[in-house]
Write a protein that binds this ligand. Structure first.
Ligand SMILES: [Zn+2]
Length: 191
């Protein structure tokens, strides 16, 4: 497996999230499984989706031990690594702070699936409770949902959303769909 290609893909999808207005500043984190290894590539802490390069990506094992790279791992590595442990079907994880989905998470236990597409693709998008960024509590809240093999996207109260998939493309599409669904749900309340 070409690690550089995987890093380039990770950077490409980070930029797509930024271009789509789903993350700002140095928030969010993104990772992928290294095929055939108990290891992942993950964004380094302090780098930004808007201008990161392959040098901002670090390789760690599923217990968080540093394997390769000149930057420190994202502080949210715990739930990324945990998802790969419980979900063999998942090869990519995207965690971002999109404004509409985060607004819905403020006062809904789950994302209202107001379109046929959302119902069909997302199935159910629950909101997990408040916990500090990078905390073990946040990782536990996230993993409680992803233990369910049907779970694709979750909202995180006062925080953002996480999306998973068999590759970056599908995880990104589901994140986009969740954000658009949140936008439509909010606008549907207007009279
Ligand atoms: Zn976050």
């Amino acid at each position: 497996m070409d690690i550089l290609k995987l890093k380039e893909e990770l950077v490409e999808y980070s930029r797509k999230c930024y271009d789509r207005g789903m993350i700002c500043a140095t928030g969010g984190n993104i990772s992928c499984r290294v095929p055939g290894e108990d290891a992942i590539l993950i964004k380094g802490t302090g780098s930004a989706f808007s201008d990161m390069t392959v040098d901002d990506v670090v390789k760690i094992d599923l217990d968080g031990n540093h394997l390769e790279g000149s930057v420190q791992k994202s502080k949210e590595w715990r739930f990324h690594a945990g998802i790969y442990k419980v979900r063999p079907d998942v090869n990519a994880v995207i965690h971002i702070h999109p404004p509409y989905a985060t607004a819905v998470a403020a006062n809904h236990d789950e994302l209202p699936l107001v379109t046929n597409h959302a119902k069909g693709y997302l199935k159910k998008v629950p909101t997990v409770g408040i916990a500090g960024s990078g905390s073990e509590d946040l990782a536990a809240n996230v993993l409680e949902e992803y233990k369910n093999p049907e779970r694709i996207v979750i909202l995180m109260k006062e925080h953002g959303l996480t999306s998973v998939g068999p590759d970056f493309r599908k995880a990104f599409f589901m994140a986009e769909m969740a954000e658009d669904t949140a936008k439509i749900a909010l606008f549907s309340k207007l009279k």
